[in-house]
Design a protein. Structure first.
Length: 124
């Protein structure tokens, strides 16, 4: 599987990611690291405690990572959470709705991680 095929499989934007990282070798390196990093874990952990500051910080970080890697579904979902908890913004969603959004992020991430794992296995 090529890196482009991985992006097609996971619904990513290969061209956007390449514009950000500029070199396919860097894109390959960082997409592989996504499943090893703690970005999603920190976001989901913050959601368990419903700590507004932790949710904002984790969602904001996740939005950046996902956006830079050309993962628009994850970036958009993380952005919604970040804006919900951005200091000074009025809340739009109930805690239950936020938890539903976090569950959706977890589901999208799981599919993304499975695709990345398949890509890594085939590359070895």
């Amino acid at each position: 599987m090529t890196l482009k095929e991985l992006y097609d499989l996971i619904g990513g934007d290969y061209d956007q990611a390449l514009r950000v990282l500029r070199v396919e070798k860097l894109l390959d390196k960082h997409i592989r690291k996504l499943t090893q990093g703690g970005v999603i874990e920190k976001l989901l952990e913050a959601g368990e405690g419903m700590d507004a500051t932790a949710l904002f910080e984790a969602a904001h970080a996740a939005k950046g990572v996902f956006g830079n890697l050309g993962l628009p579904l994850l970036a958009g979902a993380a952005s919604e959470i970040a804006e919900e908890y951005r200091p000074g913004n009025p809340r739009k969603f109930s805690d239950g709705e936020v938890k539903e959004k976090l569950a959706k992020i977890k589901e999208i991430y799981k599919k993304t991680a499975e695709g990345i794992e398949k890509y890594v296995e085939e590359a070895q």
